[in-house]
Design a protein around this ligand. Structure first.
Ligand code: MG
Length: 334
């Protein structure tokens, strides 16, 4: 058996809330090891996965991991042909294979793909939903980060922005996490634009492409799809309905598919954001290796937890600094 997995619990520094969920105090992730390479899955129930389904899926994939692991494209293709869905699990496997190959060749993942590590963007820092005054306090604590992503999707959205604007003049991205109707989204984006919001992520329901299109055509802010787009094959249907897409390794199944998505998005003239779940520095660093190719990075899941087991990507006042170590390049903290 060349693959093993372990479930761990990541504790949040502050309870974290988005529009469709109750407040979370922790998140469970699965770390995967394959022949010396490591990866991580942070599964979301919204996408039909749990740590248990991830652990089971990884076990089910073990026969595909018997051959030459250098051929990551072949291995992932075989897994894709045998196992539907389970993209967080596939992502952990893909990460571990990239980490393994990079370690064997002695090069960082960004170098495997010929990327310039100096072209990384600044990451935004996420402010979860809470009482407006508590959110304003979180904004004050995020002083070192030059871009904020604010979770909205409540009856108090404008009040929240008004409160935050009293304490910051930084660029703000807003993420409604599917909470608004198309009409409500048009009205709110109009108001949000007056408060210096720069883009709006997933204003409406994931499968309501017409709704997204209506919002885009009637609002002046760029509209970025997140829950509406999981894999490269989802992108063509969104052309004309959004200005950009948010790619996450756990949604799409790993680095290979994320690269495919970046190129498909570019071919359609779309903006690209690379996002994350609550993850340790292992998952976040794997994604960070691709950021030289994207417009926006929202890779702060590791900054929101108090028991990160890894040191990997860091940032200097928000600018992502990739580790110059083989593979994903994380070190363990314990
Ligand atoms: Mg989002």
């Amino acid at each position: 058996m060349r693959v093993s997995s372990k479930i761990t619990r990541l504790h949040l520094k502050h309870p974290f809330k988005i529009s469709r969920r109750e407040t979370d105090a922790y998140r469970e992730v699965v770390s995967v090891e394959i022949d010396g390479g490591i990866g991580e899955a942070s599964p979301a129930k919204f996408y039909g996965e749990t740590v248990q389904t991830v652990a089971k899926a990884v076990e089910d994939c073990s026969s595909a991991l018997e051959g030459d692991l250098d051929h990551i494209q072949d291995v992932m293709q075989e897994i894709e042909s045998k196992l539907e869905g389970n993209y967080a699990a596939k992502s952990a496997i893909d990460m571990a294979l990239h980490d393994r190959l990079g370690k064997q060749l002695g090069v960082p993942v960004y170098k495997l793909w010929g990327l310039n590590p100096h072209r990384t963007p600044y990451t935004s820092f996420t402010i979860g939903l809470d009482e407006p005054t508590v959110m304003a306090e979180k904004v004050r604590q995020a002083e070192e980060y030059p871009i904020l992503k604010v979770k909205l999707g409540t009856s108090r959205d404008i009040e929240i922005l008004q409160t935050l604007r009293r304490v910051t003049d930084k660029p703000i991205y807003v993420d409604a996490n599917t909470a608004w109707t198309p009409k409500e989204a048009v009205q709110k984006t109009g108001q949000l634009a007056e408060y210096g919001v720069e883009l709006v992520e997933q204003p409406t329901k994931p499968d309501d492409i017409e709704g997204l299109k209506y919002v885009r055509e009637n609002s002046e802010l760029p509209i970025i799809a997140d829950e509406s787009v999981k894999r490269a094959s989802d992108i063509p249907a969104l052309v004309g309905a959004v200005d950009g897409i948010n790619i996450k390794l756990v949604k799409c199944g790993g680095i290979l598919e994320a690269l495919r998505m970046i190129h498909v998005a570019r071919a359609h003239g779309l903006l690209v954001m690379l996002g994350c779940m609550i993850e340790s520095s292992l998952g976040i660093t794997a994604a960070a290796h691709l950021t030289p190719l994207v417009d926006y990075a929202d890779l702060d899941g590791n900054l929101l937890i108090s028991n990160d087991s890894y040191i990997g990507v860091t940032n200097e006042n928000g600018k992502l600094i990739l580790p110059n170590r083989p593979g994903i390049g994380v070190l363990t903290t314990t």
